[in-house]
Design a protein around this ligand. Structure first.
Ligand SMILES: Nc1ncnc2c1ncn2[C@@H]1O[C@H](COP(=O)(O)OP(=O)(O)OP(=O)(O)O)[C@@H](O)[C@H]1O
Ligand SMILES: [Mg+2]
Length: 538
């Protein structure tokens, strides 16, 4: 099959920086991407994934270099113009303005002058080309593939849960004819079932660019990986797992290199020390000895040689130190759990026949469970079943409608909120008000790859993942007996996810968390409580 030029994205020597505050994101990036690939776009928070999508859409101009991309690009998330109509209508209008075209065609048919007929013919051609005659049937089949029932299609879009909306809007991306979907973090409102449906759906799509930090989703749906790394942007063929393994191998190699460099620096340091001792001795001999002629001359030559060897050595040490800086990994993340002395003994938290809800009617009732010290419990259940409300009740922010929540006296509970607590202003101000030690906070942020200039600019300019990391650090730095984490990993890059997993496994805090990343649950949870199965509902 002949390739049409529209099926490639050509990026040539791209450079991009934000001007104010200045931040350089891309330097000399050259890429050739086929739009029929199912490409994962990965990289740490703040590396410029969303910026890259905006550059492809020509929403931002490159600072230098060129980008040739298909004209028709649609980026998720987007806000449909009117969400009050039926799901079917909202999806249809997100694909193309079919309704307006239909009305105009009806209107034109009322007239039989040449001009109207010509306009009608043109419009009909456009309507057909955009798939207007098949759109209704296609909406039904695509939405069904993403788990939305025919009844749900008739409901008002506004009544859908966030997860259902996400699925409907993603289907609309693929219903647009000849358009390349750019999907930016679709999983944040999806429960485990929604993620599973999305992975299956994407795996059979003709091509897209997908930004996600969900390892399961990437693994099941992508065949190429575009990674924005610290110093370059790389395109690799193969699954996400293959890329991930390769990256870990490289990391292992890097740390080996680091060890070698350290050894070499030590050896060079030793050599330099020996040379210095030798020079000092010769200098003494020269001054103390009687022969100022031949021996003195010889010693002077040797001294000169030693001196330039010393300079060369210093230079090599300096070079190696510089290389070491590049290879330096972040410090491991630390949690600060408190030990309650109840390990292996009486339960830490008791929830007894509890009903919870924010309004008059409880969303959950008849709920009983206990948590022992050292347990890490994943609280699972479909979107909207009351997980956040339950966490707020355990934290004491809400009172239970009935039943009791018991925690031993002087035991502290700390939360990490689904929507970060701090969303504007400077970190420094928040840290001061919350009495959090700033150097410690900086170190912890550094372990999650956030440092330097980020402290000088307001939270409003932070990417979503950066804000979420701030929320996590806020919680991590609080010594606590019980951590309540509500979807802590939304928007958080996968390297940070792994760092958090390592820290939890190392320090064994007691936790109750809501998280839809199944890999995280597999690695970290000691038990799963399924609210869908447990609570009888109102
Ligand atoms: N207008 C701006 N001026 C300066 N810096 C900005 C501006 N907008 C974004 N940034 C910064 O540019 C960097 C890249 O942002 P971008 O949103 O593209 O990152 P991302 O890779 O999508 O991150 P995430 O994984 O968290 O979504 C971030 O550090 C962000 O804080
Ligand atoms: Mg982003």
């Amino acid at each position: 099959m002949q390739e049409s030029p529209m099926s490639r994205v050509l990026v040539n020597q791209l450079r991009f920086y934000y001007e104010s505050p200045y931040l350089n994101l891309f330097e000399d990036v050259t890429l050739d991407i086929d739009t029929s690939w199912r490409t994962a776009l990965v990289g740490r928070n703040g590396r410029g994934k969303t910026t890259f999508l905006r550059l492809l859409q020509a929403e931002l101009p490159p600072s230098a270099g060129t980008i040739v991309a298909p004209e028709r690009l649609t980026r998720f998330p987007y806000a449909p113009a009117d969400t009050t109509g039926q799901v079917r209508a909202v999806v249809k209008e997100s694909v193309a303005p079919f309704q307006a075209w239909e009305e105009e065609m009806d209107e034109l048919l009322q007239h039989d002058d040449e001009e109207s007929l010509a306009r009608y013919a043109k419009l009909q051609e456009r309507y057909d080309a955009e798939g207007g005659y098949t759109i209704d049937a296609r909406i039904e089949s695509e939405l069904a593939a993403l788990g939305l029932t025919p009844e749900e299609l008739e409901r008002s879009f506004d009544t859908l849960s966030e997860g259902q909306r996400t699925r409907a809007l993603i289907a609309a991306l693929f219903l647009r004819v000849d358009s390349w979907p750019l999907i930016d973090e679709p999983t944040n409102h999806l429960d485990a079932h929604g993620r599973d449906l999305l992975a299956t759906y994407l795996a059979r799509q003709p091509g897209f660019l997908l930004v996600s930090h969900d390892r399961m989703l990437l693994d099941r749906s992508c065949d190429h990986v575009l990674s924005i790394n610290k110093s370059d942007v790389r395109l690799t063929r193969g699954s996400f797992s293959t890329w991930h393994e390769e990256m870990k191998r490289e990391e292992g190699w890097e740390s080996q290199r680091k060890e070698t460099l350290k050894r070499e620096i030590r050896a060079l340091d030793n050599a330099a020390r020996k040379r210095r001792t030798w020079s000092a001795r010769k200098e003494k001999e020269k001054r103390g000895g009687g022969d100022k002629g031949r021996i003195g001359h010889l010693a002077a030559r040797q001294m000169k040689r030693a001196l330039s060897a010393e300079q060369r050595g210093e230079k090599r040490i300096e070079e190696k130190r510089e290389l070491l800086k590049n290879a330096e990994k972040e410090r491991p993340l630390r949690l600060r759990p408190e030990r309650s002395g109840r390990e292996g003994g009486r339960p830490l938290l008791v929830v007894e026949d509890v009903a919870v809800g924010r309004g008059e009617h409880p969303v959950l009732h008849g709920l009983s469970f206990e948590i022992a010290a050292g347990e890490r419990i994943a609280l699972v259940g479909p979107n909207g079943c009351g997980k956040t409300t339950l966490l707020a009740t355990i934290a004491g922010e809400l009172s239970p409608h009935t039943g009791v929540v018991r925690l031993p006296p002087r035991h502290t509970v700390v939360r990490a909120l689904q929507t970060p607590l701090w969303s504007e202003g400077l970190l420094h101000t928040h840290l001061l008000a919350a009495e959090i030690d700033e150097p410690l906070f900086r170190t912890t942020m550094g372990s999650l790859d956030l440092s330097g200039e980020i402290f000088d600019r307001p939270l409003e300019t932070f990417s979503q993942g950066e804000r979420k990391k701030v929320e996590l650090c806020r919680s991590l730095l609080h010594p606590a007996h019980l951590y309540l984490w509500d979807e802590p990993l939304n928007y958080v890059d996968l390297f940070a996810r792994e760092a958090i997993e390592e820290a939890i496994l190392e320090e064994q805090p007691t936790m109750l968390f809501v998280e839809h990343d199944c890999r995280f649950i597999e690695r970290v949870a000691t038990r799963v409580i399924d609210l869908g199965a447990l609570a009888p509902g109102p």
